[in-house]
Write a protein that binds this ligand. Structure first.
Ligand code: DQA
Length: 146
């Protein structure tokens, strides 16, 4: 059994009501439930953490060693485009991760085209809405299993 951490950055706690034309109608709790079900079906354990604070996300990434986390699924939200701090934290712990975005950040405003994570991620899933989360868990299970 492996431990997967699903990390969500700022404003994703508002999913379901936040700009549904861009981010869909699913609430974060529903997405997490579906992801946990998929992880369970592969015999893996999925924990989750959402924060609006960069510092809390850094601390959670640092704890991945103590928490024996094997794989991270991460939607850094707006920190995607700004956070060298979170990038450095992921490089420091060296836990493989998949970068997820509900919207296609490459097809949006220019300031969203830049990601501080894509080049160090194992893989990236953008623009598929909440289905992207489900695909990311399935991919992580496959990678862990191999
Ligand atoms: C997002 C894309 C980001 O640009 C934005 O700041 C978000 C959500 C997405 O999932 O599409 O908060 O990460």
């Amino acid at each position: 059994m492996a431990n997967i951490l699903l990390l969500n950055g700022p404003n994703l706690n508002l999913l379901g009501t936040r700009e549904p034309d861009k981010y869909g109608n699913d609430h974060l709790e529903d997405i997490i439930k579906k992801c946990r079900k998929i992880a369970d079906s592969h015999g893996h354990n999925l924990t989750d953490f959402q924060s609006n604070s960069e510092h809390e996300l850094v601390e959670k990434i640092h704890l991945t060693k103590n928490d024996l986390i094997d794989f991270i699924l991460f939607n850094p939200a707006a920190f995607t485009h700004t956070s060298i701090v979170l990038r450095d934290a992921l490089l420091a712990v060296n836990v493989p991760f998949i970068e997820i975005h509900l919207s296609n950040i490459s097809a949006r405003e220019e300031y969203r085209n830049k990601s501080y994570f894509s080049d160090i991620a194992q893989g990236c899933i953008f623009g598929l809405g909440s289905v992207g989360y489900e695909l990311a868990v399935s991919a992580a299970c496959k990678i862990i299993g191999n």
